[in-house]
Design a protein around this ligand. Structure first.
Ligand code: ADP
Length: 327
């Protein structure tokens, strides 16, 4: 449904997006996750045709955003981070105004009524937008994105500034909409994405650093065989013995956990499984291994690892001039 190919965006000397590519199948809910300033809004603005790319292309439903901007806009309901509301209008006036602006052809009264029921704003329909709570304003923003029943929804940080109850309501709404729509949802909050998305794309400093299901992302990174060992014996000697094992890259001491027993974090190179060699090395020096476990990564660990400076230095060629961080 959505194809993003080699997309780059520069603001003067700042590279906001650095050659990112991904595609979104019809009917999926994809989370676009990254810290502030990662390039999420820029990507969304380019997909929706509000911003032009420096290079690369985007197609939505087979239409190129540059060649057929109107066709693309018809397919997309967009809710920017700050919904484009007119505070001096009532909800009714605003939605009717947007209905005309978007040249929606569905039966007006019935369509507006359905949308209002869906996003639960029927009770504030006659009220002035200015007097609504933030949660209600957000839902009115949602309602305008749903006008014309577009197959694709792009939601930029849809729950920012809402209270926990409102957040749950909006999440449930997205979950329900996901049954019939293709949705890209951006957020810098991991649990938000985890709660509603089947697939997660992680961006950092303009680079796409991961793309997969929540489970596959956790598994892939855990698969680089980071092990936690508890070993009895002199800390330095044990550390040296473990370090000497072939393919072991780092051995980090995590302190004394029982009298004379220290914990170590061992990382192997190239995802090698070094458990047997560690056992033999420790046994040959008479250092009993009391426990050895795989350090599984939560999705939160994954996110932090992928968006930490150290990881990026290792994995991404540094072609980026870092932009200002926005908060
Ligand atoms: P996110 O939505 O992930 O917080 P953005 O897409 O808003 O990130 O921003 C990506 C980078 O581009 C940031 O470094 C930001 O400072 C920069 N940026 C965004 N908009 C502009 C602009 N209009 N002019 C200059 N730099 C911008």
């Amino acid at each position: 449904m959505i194809e993003v190919k080699n997309l780059s965006k520069r603001y003067g000397p700042n590279v906001a997006l650095n050659n990112i590519s991904f595609s979104v199948e019809e009917g999926t809910v994809v989370g676009f996750l990254g810290p502030n300033g990662a390039g999420k809004s820029t990507t969304m603005n380019i997909i929706t045709g509000y911003l032009s790319a420096s290079s690369g292309s985007v197609t939505v439903g087979g239409y190129n955003t540059l060649d057929n901007p109107n066709e693309v806009k018809k397919l997309i309901g967009y809710m920017p981070e700050i919904p484009p509301l007119y505070p001096d209008m009532t909800v009714k006036e605003y939605l009717n105004f947007m209905y005309d602006l978007k040249k929606v052809t569905l039966p007006r009264e019935k369509h507006l009524k359905e949308i209002c029921a869906l996003v639960k704003i029927t009770d504030v329909y006659p009220r002035l937008i200015n007097n609504l709570s933030k949660g209600y304003k957000q839902r009115v923003g949602f309602a305008q994105a749903l006008l014309g029943n577009p197959p694709v929804l792009i939601l930029d940080e849809p729950t920012v500034g809402l209270d926990p109850k409102q957040i749950i309501e909006i999440r449930n709404l997205i979950h329900n909409l996901g049954k019939k729509h293709t949705i890209i949802l951006s957020s810098h909050i991991l649990p938000e994405i985890q709660a509603v998305c089947e697939r997660i794309i992680i961006v950092n400093k303009g680079n796409l650093v991961a793309d997969g299901t929540p489970d596959s992302l956790s598994q892939n990174l855990s698969a680089d065989h980071k092990l936690i060992l508890r070993v009895e014996g002199n800390e330095t000697e044990v550390k040296n013995a473990l370090k000497a094992v072939k393919f072991v890259e780092t051995v980090q001491s995590c302190g004394e956990k029982e009298p004379g027993v220290f914990e170590y974090e061992v990382e192997a190179r190239d995802g090698r499984d070094v458990r047997r060699e560690l056992f033999r090395a420790a046994a040959s020096k008479n250092f009993p291994i009391l426990s050895m476990t795989n350090a599984g990564l939560s999705l939160e660990d994954v996110f932090l690892r992928l968006t930490s400076a150290a990881y990026l230095q290792d994995t991404v060629s540094e072609t980026i001039t870092e932009g200002e961080e926005e908060e």
